[in-house]
Design a protein around this ligand. Structure first.
Ligand code: GUN
Length: 291
């Protein structure tokens, strides 16, 4: 079993990006600039956003954090997005999800100009990605594909089972793995909460990508011998023995499953850091286009 060390690969990717940023600056350009909109005080969102801002600093990006109270009206948020769309000092921006219930996610996502949609959530980017056209690929699936590539994981002709069909991970992940390129060329099955015979389907996966947000859901009896397992879950479970009162665990029962795997990602230190590095990668792509 080989661990796919997302933390180490993300560090590599960020170093490559930082080198390019330094070159950009020495050629007289301003550094890439990412803005992050954070609404409310969801602790997990705060943690992710802080990590994104910190990664910007470490790579030489400029970053702006725009924080709003949970009561912000949808129209004020849309107005802010319009301003960011037009701000030429900014290469890309994201609105951290989930949003408060009174704000319609679909309307917010569609308001972002696709050329600055470094989250790759806008229907134009999702549509282009599904057609294999040049587009922003959302950060979590993009980061996973990069991780598979850097570990030279064989994908062609393999059966990839994606557990979960969310717009952020499951759906784009499935599209990427079925693409006619590397990593890709898989036969893809998307399993979800209504799937029957889930265990039998998971057992067919040469590559199993778990993105359902249920702690330790995937157990050893659901995994094929020699499978590649990617764990997208970042679940907080109560743990009184920890100072902060919880620990992080994935969607995969790592201790039970890992002995059966050829490759597996840990949680933490697997997909999470890759997501952040890939967001910087997308912002770098946006920044290159203005030069
Ligand atoms: N919430 C969970 N993952 C993400 C992400 O990749 N981008 C944004 N904007 N919100 C998220």
């Amino acid at each position: 079993m080989e661990l796919m060390d997302g933390k180490a690969i993300a560090k590599q990717l960020k170093e490559e990006i930082a080198t390019e940023v330094a070159e950009m600056i020495s050629n007289g350009h301003r550094p890439p600039h990412l803005a992050v909109i954070l609404i409310g005080n969801n602790p997990a969102s705060e943690t992710y956003v802080n990590a994104k801002v910190k990664a910007c600093k470490a790579t030489g990006f400029e970053s702006s954090l725009l924080q709003f109270p949970p009561e912000i009206s949808q129209s004020t948020l849309l107005q802010t997005i319009d301003e960011l769309n037009e701000n030429e000092e900014l290469d890309g921006f994201i609105i951290q999800l989930p949003l408060p219930k009174h704000i319609e996610e679909k309307i917010v996502i569609e308001r972002v100009i696709p050329s600055k949609d470094v989250d790759g959530f806008h229907p134009i980017n999702v549509g282009k990605m599904s057609l294999g056209l040049d587009s922003f690929i959302s950060a979590t699936p993009g980061g996973i594909v990069e991780l598979l590539k850097r570990y030279k994981v064989e994908t062609e002709g393999k059966h990839c089972v994606v557990l979960g069909r969310s717009n952020i991970v499951g759906a784009p992940m499935a599209m990427l793995m079925r693409r006619n390129t590397y990593p890709g060329n898989c036969t893809v099955t998307v399993a979800h909460s209504r799937t029957q015979n889930l265990k039998e389907i998971c057992l067919q996966g040469d590559i199993l990508i778990a993105a359902i947000g249920k702690p330790d859901f995937v157990t050893a009896d659901m995994v094929k011998e020699g499978a590649v397992v990617v764990d997208v879950g970042i679940n907080r479970v109560d743990d009184a023995s920890r100072e902060r009162g919880y620990r992080l665990t994935g969607d995969v029962d790592f201790n039970g499953v890992s002995p059966k795997c050829s490759f597996i990602t840990p949680v933490p230190g697997g997909v999470g850091p890759m997501t952040i590095a890939y967001l910087l990668n997308n912002t770098m792509i946006a920044a290159r286009k203005r030069m």
